[in-house]
Ligand binder design. Sequence first.
Ligand code: AMP
Ligand code: ZN
Length: 115
Amino acid sequence: MPPDCLFCRIVSGELPSAQVYSDESIVAIRDISPQAPTHLLLIPRKHIASAREVGPEDKGLISDVCALAAELAMRHGVAEDGYRLVINVGRNGGQTVDHLHVHMLGGRPMAWPPG
Ligand code: AMP
Ligand code: ZN
């Protein structure tokens, strides 16, 4: 794990976070700067720099994240109205933390196309 990776430090517990879920492969926390009434980050424990770096060895990880998002959406009361899952990739994608994570945004209607 890169010693300076913010999300490695959060999933290991070295840095505090508002954690809402944790298992052996994924941690979910509240985004520190929420862009919707519900804004969670689903973070694989494994350090993968971005969705560009996901490989065959990570088979199942993204579907696990989607399934977890569905479960958390239920728990947080946004399942019925719907929500948005976002993976920002690289500079043009708006990625600011180089450790793969999926945003789960809900609690308000989302515009399309994104900015
Ligand atoms: P991205 O821009 O897609 O890489 O997403 C990074 C997200 O991490 C942003 O929405 C930030 O608000 C969020 N973030 C940054 N630092 C923290 C932190 N310490 N705890 C929780 N969320 C954070
Ligand atoms: Zn990391």
